[in-house]
Design a protein around this ligand. Structure first.
Ligand SMILES: [Zn+2]
Ligand SMILES: [Zn+2]
Length: 180
């Protein structure tokens, strides 16, 4: 654990990190949950307070490789709108794709140590959760707030998608690249 201090980055906490860091603050009664979800094996569960503030689908090659999928959907929440029970936190593992480092160097990928399911991309302020993990009840459809509004890094796509009104396709980052 000595590396945490030598590294000089207070966000780097290696295998353990303080409970007070959002969204790992473990305050079970601070708010009522609107939606909840879990990993494939069920060791990691989580709750969110509100609807997502945005919903995107990333087609970049890194997401293709890390997720083993043609693209990766994400719904964005502020980190203080997300929480885990204490026992779930012990099952989380972290990986940073940018520098290919294991550990909680933000932004990073968060996954379940047991089943390997990717849980979210953790940014400095935002939490990008993966919609497939949410449970909306038997037969319930995803809420409108979860519907994809922007496809990003579409120039790197593996799969061509049908166009829908109001949905934008960006060659790279949203609002910072050409629309396709
Ligand atoms: Zn799991
Ligand atoms: Zn991506």
């Amino acid at each position: 654990m000595g590396g945490a201090h030598e590294h000089g980055d207070k966000d780097f906490t290696g295998d353990g990190f303080p409970d007070e860091v959002e969204p790992y603050s473990v305050k079970p009664d601070a708010w009522d949950a609107k939606y909840s979800g879990s990993c494939h094996c069920g060791a990691v569960t989580f709750e969110v307070k509100d609807d997502p503030v945005a919903s995107v689908c990333c087609h970049c090659t890194t997401c293709q490789i890390v997720h083993g999928a043609t693209s990766q959907r994400a719904v964005l929440f502020k980190k203080d709108c997300v929480r885990f029970p204490k026992e779930a936190i012990e099952h989380l593992a972290f990986y940073q794709t940018h520098d290919k480092k294991v550990g909680r160097h933000l932004p990073c990928k968060v996954r379940c140590k047991s089943c390997g399911t990717l849980i979210a991309d953790e940014g400095r302020n935002m939490w990008l959760a993966f919609p497939a993990l949410f449970k909306f009840g038997e037969g319930a459809k995803e809420p409108e707030s979860f519907q994809v509004k922007n496809h990003i890094f579409y120039s790197q796509r593996m799969l061509d998608l049908d166009r829908k009104p109001g949905v934008k396709f960006w060659s790279e980052a949203q609002d910072k690249s050409e629309e396709m």
